[in-house]
Design a protein around this ligand. Structure first.
Ligand SMILES: O=C(O)CCC(=O)C(=O)O
Length: 277
């Protein structure tokens, strides 16, 4: 296992401990407290669970900036899954734009040119709230993400706040007695991770195995039945032509996401306008 602070990370992986200053951390957390995250369902009326799968709520509440990739629209997945996946969403607040500019600068400095698609810009942000869910009167630890790839082209930037997370790149399936782990690192509070290139975007999956429960810090806005102890921002690039206003979705997809839009519009002027009269 590589230590997160090791300077010798392979090409395509960047890690900066204490990337956020104390002031930036405070500002970010204050702003996060103004959000009203959604706790989405994976499937919908027009996108029912495939055979062998069942309807479920995501393990955690989320908020998206730049574009919202509703889980029931199946996320952005080029080359086939690009249409009607990304719904235009709020822009980054000013303080966050400055942070993202710095992440883009570091990515371009540390990674070769061929890792970047033309027009690459971290214009999309998924904010994940990790913690425990109250189920039948008991707190259940949901702070993890199973192995997956981020299909948005180019490097992905990831900011972590709160309890540290054990993050792994893996390949294939793990079999008895043989680990599929390629590289593991702890993502500390206020750290930045950037991963790019085929090795970390195409040839491996990534996952969050667990999140420590040590800081005792209460993070994020109140979410009914949920206690947040880590917040992660992943910044990605979606070509602008694939980001559409909600109103231009086909009717079935509009109806599948209408309740989410209504929920968002209760607290966001932006979504209120996007929803229309
Ligand atoms: O929380 C993290 O560090 C990773 C999140 C992630 O893998 C994702 O949002 O796709």
């Amino acid at each position: 296992m590589k230590n997160a602070k090791s300077p010798a990370l392979p090409l395509g992986l960047v890690y900066r401990d204490r990337f956020l200053t104390r002031e930036q951390r405070t500002e970010t957390l204050e702003w996060i407290n103004t959000l009203h995250p959604l706790w989405e369902w994976r499937f919908s009326t027009h996108n029912p669970p495939p055979e062998g799968d069942k309807q479920r709520r995501l393990l955690r509440p989320v908020y998206w900036l730049g574009n919202w990739q509703f889980a029931c629209l199946d996320y952005y997945h080029p080359p086939e899954g690009i249409e009607f996946r990304c719904v235009r969403a709020e822009n980054y607040p000013k303080f966050l734009t400055q942070i993202v500019d710095r992440i883009e600068f570091i990515a371009r400095k540390e990674m070769p040119k061929n890792f970047f698609p033309e027009k690459w810009k971290l214009n999309t942000c998924l904010i994940n709230f990790y913690g425990s869910e109250l189920i039948d009167g008991k707190w259940v630890d949901n702070a993890r993400v199973g192995e997956h790839k981020d299909f948005e082209p180019g490097p992905v930037g990831s900011l972590s706040l709160g309890d540290r997370a054990f993050f792994q790149f893996v390949e294939g399936k793990s079999t008895l007695g043989k680990s599929n782990e390629v590289l593991s690192l702890w993502l500390e509070d206020s750290s930045l991770q950037i991963f790019g290139g085929d090795r970390f975007k195409k040839h491996t999956f990534h996952r969050v195995q667990r999140v420590e429960d040590r800081r005792g810090e209460s993070l994020g806005p109140p979410i009914e039945g949920f206690k947040t102890r880590r917040i992660n921002f992943t910044f990605r690039y979606v070509p602008e032509e694939h980001i559409l206003p909600w109103r231009s979705l086909p009717d079935p997809l509009k109806s599948d996401t209408l309740e989410y839009m209504k929920q968002l519009s209760l607290n966001s002027l932006y979504f209120h306008k996007e929803l229309g009269p």
